[in-house]
Ligand binder design. Sequence first.
Ligand SMILES: Cc1ncc(COP(=O)(O)O)c(C=O)c1O
Length: 406
Amino acid sequence: MSAPFQFVPSRRLDGVTESATLRLNALVNQLKAQGRDVVNLTAGEPDFNVPDVAKAAVEEGLRKNLSKYTPAAGIPALRERIARRTNLQQPSVVARHGEWKAANVVVTNGGKQAIFNAMMACLDAGDEVLVPSPFWLSYPDMARLCGGEPRIVRSTLEQGWKITPEQLRKAITPRSRLLLLNSPSNPTGAMYSRAELAALGQVIEQHPDAGRLLVISDEIYDRIILDQVPFCSFAEACPSIASRVITVNGLSKSAAMTGWRVGWSVASPEITAVLGMLQGQTTSGINSLAQAASVAALDLPESAFAEQVSMYRRRRDVALEILHKAGRIKVMTPQGAFYAFLGVEGYLQPGEDSSVFCERVLEKAGVALVPGGPFGEPGAVRLSFATDEKSLAAGCQRLVDHLNGA
Ligand SMILES: Cc1ncc(COP(=O)(O)O)c(C=O)c1O
């Protein structure tokens, strides 16, 4: 008999790890299946239902046999609506360069594929990807998969979890190919103001080594705005460099459609042509029914989502009020998205990092949180308020009681 086959993965996967949030969710489900009472505050997805019009569009699509391949970059009706939405968010870009059109849009399997496509399209071996931390945990691994080298630009709670223009200036080298921006941020809820984005754009415009630098602006939480700071698209703040910005967005968070896998990129015709070609040779166009649903969801007015946003806001306030009772938790009030990022260094036991801390809190207090290490901050944990108010309050109270030694 021949020796058992030993599979060795491609070297491309060296250093790439399983998504920590997905792994934790699996652990929580396992504990729940064993009958444990666990409050799950790990969710990276809204707990609301998909809009009814989106469901109706799928039913109609089924009746109409919408079962064929679609164009790789998406159906024209959807790409047009995405362009229209982007034009509304980027009037300064429109004034300077003209309107975004369907031809500037590629519809992708979630925002995730839009980011991956963008990295695949521009990175060569050894190219640097500038990733401000804390970051959405998939960015560095995606960069590695595409041959790039993530270079972390660290921000702190004291600076509002935002990098400064000076930090960006220092981080750019001749090897810098991509900058990833994410506002509102997962995991911190930080939001850059228009002026702050403009200052970062100015650094890129003027830096002698930024000649090859592109920006991916991940705006997937654009609708979930919790404070007075209005959302501003990066290209809108820096219209003079719009031709090197790939704006990424989608319906996962803004229309609670995570499982339907609808995202997109909006970029210059040259970039979009490459992104579309890449998608045509890999996954092709996304699910036809999800596209029909997205057309309907994008036709809804902003006001249709106001109630959801105000619920997130209320939950944030409820959670923070309780969390402040644990005096050594360090937290910034999130301005967008649905997460609070808690500095828990003051509660770490000897030898503990936030990953072991999360295991302890899960085991002893029955609350599931995501450790901060995979987001670039090992002394912090992420708490999601995409869950009903009662469970959220109960989870926060359990955490505080545990930390206060009750
Ligand atoms: C910052 C950020 N970008 C992108 C994504 C990917 O979204 P999608 O589910 O549409 O692929 C997520 C999802 O958690 C996210 O938090």
